[in-house]
Write a protein that binds this ligand. Structure first.
Ligand SMILES: CC(C)(COP(=O)(O)OP(=O)(O)OC[C@H]1O[C@@H](n2cnc3c(N)ncnc32)[C@H](O)[C@@H]1OP(=O)(O)O)[C@@H](O)C(=O)NCCC(=O)NCCS
Length: 152
């Protein structure tokens, strides 16, 4: 059975392994450690037995009068994709963000990352704009948004 739970210190080796197989510009270990330290409740992992299958990292930001959730990173182990794990991770994060009073969840995704874009659209995210040269290598990002108040 797959369980979604907050990160533990022993998870970092498996997280960095998934990160390096998933991204051309992976987050370094110290960034994961920093993010786990500042908002541990918003850094979730999916585990089955002792195997870590994926992770999601969120943060909250004050935007004008409201609190907004920001999705910093999400990845599922390559051989475990298309089994609903990404969906379980994002649902768990959304529940926590809603309980914290967030009305929206926003994210950036590379314009070339069609699979992630397809995944986010399936979760109900809308594309709201394109941010030019957002990434260090010059690629644009799509900014996507999910209205949490419209979700039951
Ligand atoms: C994006 C990612 C996290 C999705 O995780 P996942 O566990 O495979 O997703 P799920 O199985 O929960 O998918 C749910 C639905 O999203 C959509 N979806 C998922 N992957 C998709 C893809 N490659 N292409 C199109 N739609 C996709 C489908 O509608 C899917 O439902 P279905 O399998 O019944 O058709 C995973 O592909 C991944 O780790 N990618 C590499 C890292 C990455 O790009 N992260 C996002 C950075 S912004």
């Amino acid at each position: 059975m797959i369980t979604i739970r907050p990160i533990k210190n022993t998870d970092f080796p498996q997280i960095t392994q998934i990160e390096f197989e998933s991204f051309s510009d992976p987050y370094p270990l110290h960034l994961f450690q920093y993010l786990a330290h500042i908002e541990p409740a918003l850094f979730l992992v999916a585990v089955e037995d002792k195997a870590l299958l994926g992770y999601i990292i969120g943060e909250t930001e004050h935007r004008f009068e409201s609190l907004v959730g920001h999705l910093l990173s999400l990845a599922v182990r390559q051989d475990k994709r298309r089994k609903g794990i990404g969906h379980q991770l994002i649902e768990a994060l959304i529940e926590i963000l809603k309980n914290q009073g967030c009305r929206e969840l926003v994210l950036e995704v590379r314009v070339s990352n069609y699979s992630a874009k397809g995944f986010y659209q399936k979760q109900g995210f809308r594309e709201i704009r394109r941010s030019s040269k957002y990434y260090d290598d010059g690629e644009d990002a799509l900014i996507m948004e999910l209205n949490l108040e419209e979700r039951l």
